[in-house]
Design a protein around this ligand. Structure first.
Ligand code: NAD
Ligand code: LMR
Length: 338
């Protein structure tokens, strides 16, 4: 049901099948392009025939990253934009803006501990996007996603250009992890394993809907609880393994590229492209909530909602809502106060 990055039309592997598939000009910007996520994600995006122009923005090191990537034998033109005075040029004409700019966690921190630093980074980048490419699809990776998405939405509202169909929190890594862990546990082909993850993107707000996994899987209550907790804490697993050197970068680069390719395919008219994403929502009492989203030529075409959930999952959703609502309000209040 869900889209996958690994398909020949999107990533050409190492066969040089790079001819642009449709002749459309698709400019994509990565803001935070020199970072741990930004660099490998830009590498994956550069390989795609779906992108004609890859604009790389950061406050440091962008010329080197862009020069390096520009030697790759794929059609996307790569441009470098460094510092606020070059941000506008990077954003002009963009159809998709992907934002991994911001600091990552260290062991012992929650994602919410990043708020004080990342809120203003995301606010500034959202303001520039609202000014220079108000119709672009905005994909927020920077944490805490539960708050940085409402921040972006409030900035777009203030600028009078808000379209809830175009602002997405990227939670794809949670789905990628759920697929991997379930396939490992059950000896399944991971390429054919697909599990929606709903809610938000931190701790208990991450709610895997294992009852909806394709193919159908079943676990004893204990094993189900353990697997759910592992998916919820998988980011922390990486933070601890990296021991102070940051959080997930490579798997996030994969997830961010997968999400971007899905949007591009839908923009190009492909039908049935579905990814979970954290969007403005009326599915629960939380104003933003991640559920499977059908993409179309304007971004969000249809929110597919929660579907049928088990009692266990329904309780997880209930437990997630107070935290999620608090995180959302914190983001909104930040923009109103600044
Ligand atoms: P990093 O420190 O390696 O890279 C961040 C980059 O952002 C740096 O290159 C830095 O120069 C740049 N930056 C800082 N301020 C900027 C600004 N004002 N404008 C433009 N660029 C700016 O961090 P990382 O590991 O790449 O992680 C980035 C963010 O992504 C973190 O907040 C992290 O928590 C988050 N993250 C989210 C997910 C998710 O699933 N959504 C997964 C992993 C990481
Ligand atoms: C993740 O899920 O890996 C990211 O949100 C980074 C983090 O801080 O865990």
């Amino acid at each position: 049901m869900f889209s996958r990055l690994i398909r020949p039309s999107a990533v050409c592997g190492f066969a040089r099948n790079f001819s642009t598939s449709n002749g459309l000009n698709r400019k994509v910007a990565v803001l935070g392009a020199s970072g741990g996520i930004g660099q490998p994600m830009s590498l994956l995006l550069k390989q795609s025939p779906l992108i004609s122009h890859l604009a790389l923005y950061d406050i440091v090191n962008t010329p080197g990253v862009a020069a390096d990537l520009s030697h790759i034998e794929s059609p996307a033109k790569v441009t470098s934009h460094t510092g606020p005075e070059e941000l506008g040029d990077g954003l002009k004409g963009c159809e998709i803006v992907v934002i991994p700019a911001g600091v990552p966690r260290k062991p012992g921190m929650t994602r919410d501990d990043l708020f004080n630093t990342n809120a203003s980074i995301v606010q500034t980048l959202a303001e520039a996007s609202a000014t220079h490419c108000p119709n672009a699809l905005i994909c927020i990776i920077a944490n805490p996603v539960n708050s940085t998405v409402p921040i972006t939405a409030e900035v777009f509202k203030k600028a009078g250009v808000y379209d809830p169909k175009k602002i997405f929190g990227v939670t794809t890594l949670d789905i990628v992890r759920a697929n991997t862990f379930i396939a490992e546990a059950k000896g399944l082909d991971v390429a054919q394993t697909s599990c929606p993850v709903v809610g938000g993107h931190s701790g208990i707000t991450i709610v895997p809907l294992i009852s909806q996994c394709t193919p159908k899987v079943s676990f004893e209550a204990d094993a189900l609880a353990k697997l759910t907790t592992r998916i919820q804490n998988a980011g922390t697993e990486v933070v601890e393994a990296k021991a102070g050197a940051g959080s997930a970068t490579l798997s996030m680069a994969y997830a961010g590229a997968r999400f971007t390719f899905s949007l591009l395919e839908a923009l190009n008219g492909k039908q049935g492209v579905i990814e979970c994403a954290f969007v403005e929502s009326d599915i629960t009492e939380a104003k933003y909530f991640s559920t499977p989203i059908l993409f179309g030529t304007n971004g969000l075409e249809k929110n597919l909602g929660l579907g049928s959930v088990s009692d266990f999952e329904s309780k997880l959703i209930e437990e997630a809502l107070p935290e999620l609502k608090k995180n959302i309000k914190k983001g909104e209040d930040f923009v109103h106060a600044h």
